[in-house]
Design a protein around this ligand. Structure first.
Ligand SMILES: [Fe+2]
Length: 345
């Protein structure tokens, strides 16, 4: 697939040492942002990161806890529910109901929590952590779970801020132009478990084509991830075990006036039945701006490019209910309308 672009898949999404994000040398960071990170990732928004030993340790600690959670009896897991959409535990049946008729199988279960301001959960998530049937806290079932997930979420929030600073420096706007929306934003950690897949049908997807909605997504590298480039060509993303992937979401694409793209992507189901029958875990973190934030291109970038590619300005919370596809449709409609009204040369 990647051959179609003339690039090798491993070159297509670069890998950087995560330690480069933590440097205190401002000039070195700006140089990295402008000359390495930005130019090689802006076309698609995807980047691979080789973990520092500290981050690796922290992630592995939580990964073990997430596995223990998913090994709990279904009746216990079901007690960690929430009325808030997507929060708490969602079992196979809940997901099946959400799936549209005839849609591609995407059989997953997950446990999702949101961070509040600082190293803490938000109110909804604090409630989720107490089992509705037994009154017991999650830490009574999986000792240390709430601490390990907060450690991971907190680290990911800081990493996301640094990546967004790098994007801003690449775009030649003040470093905090986009990262300022991270503190107090809606950041969710989703501990996913995909049970063995019995479906023998070939060519199916685990997660069908979509664009992430938020600012930035961070996750442990997984096999089967395809990224669609500007020309609509799909590229298989080759990764090494233990890496993380970062990818920009629609909010970032809008803030950047389209200069930092949020590429559509999908996760293929391996055709090999032996692999399908192995259980699989994943742990994406979705970083998003605060609900009241107006998502619109930065004025500097509109002035520089001479046009606003996202005239359909919208608050984060409205974008959340609208979804990426509907937003894009409305934006395209408005763009056409504005073009029609523009004085003809
Ligand atoms: Fe995604």
């Amino acid at each position: 697939m990647s051959q179609a672009s003339g690039k090798r898949a491993l070159d297509y999404v670069p890998v950087f040492d995560m330690a480069r994000l933590f440097t205190t040398d401002a000039a070195a960071f700006a140089d990295f942002a402008k000359n390495e990170f930005g130019p090689t990732t802006s076309d698609n928004g995807f980047c691979r990161w080789a973990l520092t030993p500290e981050i690796k340790k922290l992630e592995e600690a939580h990964f073990e806890k997430a596995k223990k959670f998913h090994a709990l009896p279904e009746d216990v897991k079901k007690g960690f529910v929430s009325d808030a959409e997507q929060m708490g535990y969602k079992g196979l049946k809940t997901e099946a109901k959400r799936r549209k008729k005839g849609a591609i199988p995407d059989e997953k279960t997950y446990f999702m929590l949101e961070q509040g301001l600082g190293r803490t959960f938000n109110e909804v998530s604090r409630n989720v952590l107490v089992n509705k049937n037994t009154g017991k806290h999650i830490d009574d079932y999986v000792p240390g779970y709430s601490d390990s997930i907060l450690d991971l979420m907190d680290a990911r929030q800081n990493i996301a801020k640094r990546i967004l600073e790098a994007v801003a420096l690449y775009l030649d706007v003040p470093a905090d132009s986009i990262s300022q929306y991270v503190d107090g934003g809606k950041h969710a950690q989703r501990d996913l478990y995909y049970p063995p897949c019995q479906n023998p049908q070939k060519g199916v997807m685990r997660i069908d084509t979509h664009q992430d909605r938020g600012l930035l997504t961070l996750l442990r590298a997984e096999n089967g991830l395809d990224v669609q480039d500007k020309n609509g060509v799909w590229h298989a993303l080759e990764t090494q075990q233990g890496e993380w992937i970062s990818n920009g979401g629609l909010q970032l694409e809008i803030f950047s006036n389209g200069l930092y793209r949020a590429a559509p992507h999908r996760v293929r189901m391996p055709d090999d039945m032996a692999i399908r029958l192995q259980p699989r875990y994943a742990n994406p973190w979705f970083g998003s701006a605060r609900g009241e934030t107006i998502i619109a291109p930065l004025a500097d970038l509109v002035a520089r490019t001479g046009q606003n590619n996202f005239p359909y300005a919208i608050r984060e919370r409205s974008l959340a209910s609208m979804g990426t596809r509907q937003y894009t449709d409305e934006n395209e409609k408005l763009k056409k309308k504005l073009k029609g009204n523009a004085p003809q040369p």
